[in-house]
Structure formats: structure tokens, C-alpha cells
Write a protein that binds this ligand. Structure first.
Ligand code: ARG
Ligand code: ASP
Length: 715
């Protein structure tokens, strides 16, 4: 019996050992390549990343600094998510041409729409530069000095390391400062909108379905990269020509099945997989609940107004979506961390770690790390809580305070840099604020203020609460501010900001709204921030040594991947369903039938366009259907995070089979603890994308550009 248990455990560890991780594309040879081949991959590490010939990495640009895209034609056509292209689609939308609602399709290249600030960045080369970055650092003892020297080295190296004139060098840290890697990149700034489905397809299910499986969202949009005549980056010009990529992805519509190999390449933003158990515990018990409580209150207020008032619904749609996105994620993350006993798993890891330290005779170097963490995290607790509350309440969710903080910074700028800087910033502020007031409703924000300020008074650690505010009443203060402050309208704030610096500063210091944010900010910057930074710096140093120790004391075969840092990574796994809870099993594929099951006519989340219903009724799926059904989305065990949106999902041959856009609810804790049992990434099936482009939009000009690999006809 015991043996059987051990054997089962061994088998389980072996099976799950091949899951999770986001790997550096230039370092796949060896362990990763072997694992990938065992999972079914037919191409080689060299096909994914190479310097001397084209490889898959040449078709995967970072999209607008936050998402991922992939090149799908030799004319620079790229695919990303609808939610990644959202701002650009919105910026071209007017009441007459509402591309968000109705979709947009360029049937000729001349119709493609330029986007002012949109850019995509390709990676030319990846190189380890650790030794160069750490030159002259080893003799230093003070952490702040080390950091300063490292930053100096990086900025010198970024300038001096070889690159072409149109390229950039960017050095990034890996493994918490144990490795430094150079990325030579090329950024293209003429990127035009080519196509987007209506939101009722591209955002189908909206916030209700966000972070949830089963999913039915056609979350994609199409853009095109333009270059100068030499195929080099250039600012927008009508003389620019479609970019000729070094590689573009062939698209496979041959069909998928459970357990097929998949890999995802993209730019995951941030993970914290090596946090000690004390830190994870703090996230679960203190930090996530505080942030969730603040957002929960703000969202309830906004939602109440949005449901009653159409103008407010339009004003707050995008803000609401972005606040709701991480609110919902933190709820899922907290649940998942609890359910998977992440703290206990980490504690066990720490026990083993401590034994390895002793076995290696490294107590002097590594013996105190865990107790240092314990000390630091206990000490930082109230500061971290205050920091999150201040950020969420004042800088993120109460608009009048966020705005007031800009004036606070203006005053600081005057104090440190003087009149000229003050004037420049003031003028910029006034220009930029038009957009803010267009979408600002004082009625909504007054209620938000009332709710969030009450949380501030109740939850902000007492010892840090500014004495001028501690006896205030949230509701009375809200009415006072929203009836007297000049911050509530564009006209009034323009008036407030008129005059020389002295006059302006005198005026704003009398403003009721400004007074509140000034007291909050002064208090935070005086009694919270300095101490937080000091302890945090110690934590950063401890985390770096901890990471070094983990790398050093683990066997060569251990799967230790660097945390995400917005650099290009490869993650791989299998198409796989999962069991979210007792007696429930989720299948890995969804179909158009599910869209129709969720359909609520006229609903703002679950409406379906008539044309799509017609295609469904006619079962007019062309080569994209499978056994009479239209596939929509699928899930797999790829380890992804925010930033991976829009990433290509590839099959064993490196052909495009889908587009990553989300993760499943039960597995949103994967940023802190990845469990192969329940962590899944969600991808839109490429066949659904092509079906929408071809059958729904009739854009066969685009289909013709692509290289589509269809199954051989059987008759
Ligand atoms: N949850 C996905 C990601 O983090 C999709 C977000 C799209 N936004 C939304 N509110 N539905 O970004
Ligand atoms: N939806 C995320 C993104 O936009 C992806 C994720 O968090 O899984 O990058």
C-alpha cells in the first residue's frame, strides 16, 4: 500500500513535472526541447529561436507595450485580441461609425486606419550580459549602492553594445537580479487597423464571462505593420509599404483534439512564483481582500448608475472594464491560493530548502533567509496595507482624488524645479484634462468618494491616518467637496489653474477637494512610503539571495523558470479539460452552439449579431467547421499571464491554431502558484477567427493573404 502510494506520487510528480513555466526562447535547448518533443512537438528549439536564420520569434512582436501579436501574412498582417486593440478601435469610433458596436473591416489596403501612438516591437537578438552588468558590484555592501551601480552599468551598456542605428538595446533582469539579458529590438510605429468584429463577438460575455470557462468570445482584431521602402521602421507616411516579415505563421484548420501539444509565445508581464509562504499569506489575508473591498464598492456604485443612465454607461464602460478585470482576478486568485493550499505547499518547500542549505554546508550564506523574510514581511505588513489602500482609494478609483493628486504633484514640482517646470506641467495638464472630463460624472464620483473614503477611515492603519482627517464623516465630506471644489468641472479647474504659480498655488490650497488629497498624500509620503521603501529594499535583496540559493541547491534537471518580466517567453503543454470542483468536469472545447445558449437579445453582454445567427442556422461554416459544428474556444495547460493576451497558440509544427486571451477562474492564482490540475489558458480557436473574417465579414481579401493549411478532402 505504502509502495503504491509512493509510486503514484512519483508518477504524479513526473506527469506534473512537465507542466508550467515560461521559458526564455534562446535557452530552450536541452531540458525544454526534450520535454517539448516528449509532449509531441515536431519542430526544434532552433526553429523557435535562431539568430542566423528566420525563426518563429520573428513573427511574434510585443503589441503596444502590453499585449502580444503575431504576423500571419507576408504583407505584415498581424493578429491580436479585440481587448488589446480596443482603445484603437474606440478612437476611430463615432456615433456615425461605431466600430466598437458594429465592427470594422478594410476591404482594401487604402481603407486601413492609421493609429497615432500604436507600435509593435520585434526581437532581433537575445544575449546574456550578466557579467558585464555586475562589473564592479561585488565589492559593495549597501543594497542601495549596488542598485545604483547596476543601473549605471545598464545605461552605459544599452548605449555601447553593438546594434544597428534603427534598433534599440534593452537589458532586463531575470531571477530577481541573478541574471541580466540583453534584447536587441526593432520598433515599428506605423500600424494600421485592418479589422475588428462587433463587440457582440469580440467582447461576447464581457465582464460576466471574464476569467471564466466555458467561454465563447471571439476576442480578436487585425492590424497591419507598415515600413519604409527598405522595410525599416518609419513614422506614419502614406508612402510607407506593408512590412515584409522574416517569418509569418501558416494557419492550420486541420482540427484539434484533447492532449494535442500546444505552445504559446508571448510577453507575459509579471509573476511572483518564488515568494516565500509569509508573503503569499499576506496577499491572501491582507492585501487582496483590501484591494477587492475598495474596488467592489467603486464598481457597485458605477454599475448602479450605468444601468440607469445610458450616457453614464458610455462614459464609464472602459474604466469599469479595467477596474473590474483585476477586481475579479484577485477574487479568483485568493480563492485558488486557498483551495490549492499554496501556503502549505510553500512551507513544505521551505522546510526542504532549509535541509538542503544544511546539507550543502551553506548556513552562513543562506541559513537566515527564511527568518529574514519572516521578519521583513511582519514589519512591512501595515505599511504594505496602507500603500495598497492609498493607491486603490486615492490614485486609482476615486477620480477627484486621482485628479487632485496631479495638482499635488504640480505643487511639488514647483517646490523642487521652479516656475518654468510649473508652467509647462500646468499647460500640459489643462490640455490633457479635456479627455478626463468628457468621461467624468460628478454624481457617480461623489458616491464613489463617499464609499471609498469611509473604507479609508475604517481600514487605513490608525497610526498613519492624518490627524486633520481622522474625525471626518465620509458622507458630509463628500457633499462638501462636490458642492464647493473647483475640481468637479473642466471650466472650474481651468479657472483654478489660471494665473502665476503663486496665485495658482494659493488658490488650490484653499480648494476643499485639494485639501483632502493633500492631507492624504502628505501623510502617506511622510509616514508610510519611506519606511515601506526601506523594508522593501531589504526584501528585494533577500529575494535575490533566496533565488540564487534555489538555483544553486536544486538539481540540474529542476524546472526553475524566471518570473515573467514582459520579455518574450515560450510556454508549452497540452489541450486539456479540468475538474473545477467536486463532480464537475469541464471539456476543453466550446462551440457556436454555446454562443446561442448564452444569447440574450438586446443584452449588453450576451447579444448576438443577426448575421451570426443566420450563419449558425444555415450551418454555413465552410472549411472551418468540424463535424457540423463551429469551434469557438479551447483551453490548455500553457502557463500564461497578463501580457500574453494576443499570443499565438501553436501546434506541434509551429502552425497557428489559436489566439490566447485569458485564463480559467479556478486557476487565476497561477501568477503566484501554478497548479497543473486547474491552471488553464483560454484561446480563441483560429477556425472561429477565420470563419468570422471570411463568412461573417466577407473579407476574403484578408483570407487570400494567409497561408491556410486545410485537411485533405475525403470523398
Ligand atoms: N481577463 C482578460 C485579461 O486579463 C481579458 C480582459 C478583457 N477585459 C474585460 N473586462 N473583459 O486581460
Ligand atoms: N487577459 C490577459 C491579458 O490581457 C491574459 C491573462 O491574464 O491570462 O494579457
Amino acid at each position: 500500500m505504502k509502495f503504491l502510494k509512493t509510486l503514484l506520487l512519483f508518477v504524479f510528480v513526473q506527469a506534473s513535472a512537465q507542466q508550467g513555466g515560461m521559458w526564455i526562447p534562446s535557452l530552450l535547448k536541452g531540458m525544454n526541447e526534450t520535454e517539448m518533443k516528449n509532449l509531441g512537438m515536431k519542430i526544434s528549439a532552433d526553429d523557435i529561436y535562431a539568430v542566423n536564420h528566420s525563426s518563429l520569434k520573428d513573427a511574434v512582436p510585443h503589441f503596444d507595450g502590453g499585449c502580444t501579436a503575431e504576423v500571419i501574412s507576408d504583407k505584415g498582417l498581424i493578429l491580436t485580441n479585440h481587448h488589446c486593440g480596443f482603445d484603437n478601435i474606440q478612437s476611430h469610433s463615432t456615433l456615425e461609425h461605431d466600430y466598437l458596436t458594429d465592427g470594422f473591416w478594410a476591404y482594401k489596403m487604402e481603407d486601413e486606419l492609421p493609429n497615432k501612438d500604436l507600435f509593435v516591437t520585434f526581437i532581433v537578438r537575445i544575449e546574456d550580459v550578466t557579467a558585464k552588468v555586475l562589473e564592479g558590484v561585488s565589492g559593495m555592501t549597501a543594497e542601495a549602492d549596488k542598485q545604483k551601480k547596476i543601473q549605471e552599468n545598464i545605461s552605459i551598456l544599452n548605449k555601447s553594445l553593438p546594434k544597428e542605428s534603427w534598433q534599440e538595446n534593452s537589458i532586463r533582469t531575470f531571477y530577481d537580479g541573478n541574471q541580466y539579458i540583453l534584447f536587441v529590438t526593432e520598433t515599428y510605429r506605423d500600424v494600421r487597423l485592418v479589422g475588428a468584429p462587433p463587440s457582440s463577438i469580440g467582447k461576447f460575455g464581457s465582464d460576466t464571462d471574464n476569467w471564466v470557462w466555458p467561454r465563447h468570445t471571439g476576442d480578436f482584431s487585425l492590424f497591419r505593420i507598415y515600413a519604409d521602402k527598405n522595410n525599416k521602421p518609419a513614422a506614419y507616411s502614406k508612402d510607407n509599404v506593408p512590412y515584409k516579415p522574416k517569418h509569418f505563421f501558416p494557419i492550420s484548420v486541420k482540427g484539434l483534439k484533447e492532449n494535442d501539444f500546444t505552445m504559446v509565445m508571448g510577453y507575459p508581464g509579471r509573476t511572483q512564483e518564488y515568494l516565500p509562504s509569509v508573503a503569499v499569506n499576506q496577499i491572501i489575508t491582507d492585501l487582496n481582500p483590501a484591494k477587492i473591498e475598495v474596488r467592489d464598492a467603486a464598481l457597485k456604485v458605477q454599475d448602479g448608475f450605468m444601468r440607469k443612465d445610458n450616457a453614464i454607461k458610455i462614459q464609464y464602460a472602459s474604466k469599469y472594464a479595467s477596474v473590474a478585470n483585476y477586481w475579479k482576478k484577485w477574487i479568483g486568485e485568493t480563492k485558488g491560493l486557498k483551495k490549492s493550499n499554496a501556503v502549505a505547499v510553500k512551507q513544505q518547500f521551505e522546510k526542504d530548502f532549509q535541509q538542503k542549505v544544511i546539507a550543502a554546508g551553506k548556513q552562513a550564506e543562506y541559513g537566515n533567509l527564511l527568518s529574514d523574510f519572516e521578519k521583513n514581511y511582519t514589519e512591512i505588513r501595515e505599511y504594505a496595507l496602507a500603500r495598497d489602500l492609498f493607491t486603490e482609494i486615492a490614485l486609482r478609483n476615486t477620480e477627484i482624488l486621482t485628479l487632485g493628486y496631479k495638482l499635488y504633484q504640480l505643487e511639488q514640482l514647483y517646490n523642487t524645479k521652479g516656475e518654468q517646470s510649473f508652467n509647462d506641467r500646468r499647460n500640459n495638464l489643462i490640455n490633457g484634462l479635456g479627455d478626463f472630463y468628457k468621461d467624468f460624472s460628478p454624481a457617480v464620483d461623489q458616491k464613489v468618494f463617499e464609499q471609498l473614503f469611509a473604507i479609508y477611515l475604517k481600514k487605513y492603519p490608525k497610526q498613519f491616518l492624518p490627524s486633520s482627517l481622522e474625525n471626518s464623516d465620509a458622507s458630509a465630506l463628500a457633499s462638501e467637496i462636490f458642492s464647493t471644489s473647483q475640481l468637479v468641472s473642466y471650466d472650474k479647474i481651468k479657472e483654478l489653474l489660471t494665473g502665476d504659480s503663486k496665485t495658482v498655488l494659493e488658490k488650490i490650497n484653499k480648494d476643499s477637494g485639494f485639501k483632502v488629497i493633500k492631507a492624504m498624500a502628505d501623510g502617506y509620503l511622510k509616514s508610510v512610503a519611506p519606511k515601506y521603501d526601506e523594508i522593501n529594499l531589504r526584501n528585494i535583496a533577500t529575494q535575490r539571495t533566496y533565488m540564487k540559493a534555489i538555483l544553486e541547491l536544486s538539481p540540474k534537471s529542476a524546472r526553475i523558470f524566471p518570473d515573467a518580466n514582459s520579455t518574450l517567453r515560450v510556454t508549452y503543454g497540452k489541450i486539456k479539460g479540468y475538474k473545477p470542483s467536486d463532480a464537475v468536469v469541464y471539456e476543453p472545447f466550446t462551440y457556436l452552439d454555446g454562443v446561442m445558449e448564452k444569447y440574450i437579445p438586446g443584452d449588453y453582454e450576451f447579444d448576438v449579431p443577426k448575421k451570426l445567427i443566420d450563419l449558425y442556422n444555415a450551418k454555413d461554416y465552410g472549411i472551418y467547421g468540424s463535424k457540423g459544428k463551429m469551434p469557438v474556444a479551447f483551453i490548455a495547460t500553457n502557463h500564461t499571464t497578463g501580457g500574453n493576451s494576443g499570443s499565438p497558440a501553436l501546434d506541434a509544427n509551429g502552425h497557428l491554431i489559436g489566439l490566447n486571451f485569458d485564463r480559467v477562474w479556478e486557476g487565476t492564482m497561477s501568477d503566484i502558484y501554478y497548479s497543473p490540475d486547474i491552471c488553464r489558458n483560454i484561446m480563441v480557436d483560429i477556425r472561429y477567427v477565420l470563419f468570422i473574417v471570411d463568412k461573417f465579414a466577407g473579407a476574403d481579401n484578408l483570407i487570400k493573404e494567409m497561408k491556410i493549411i486545410a485537411p485533405k478532402k475525403k470523398n
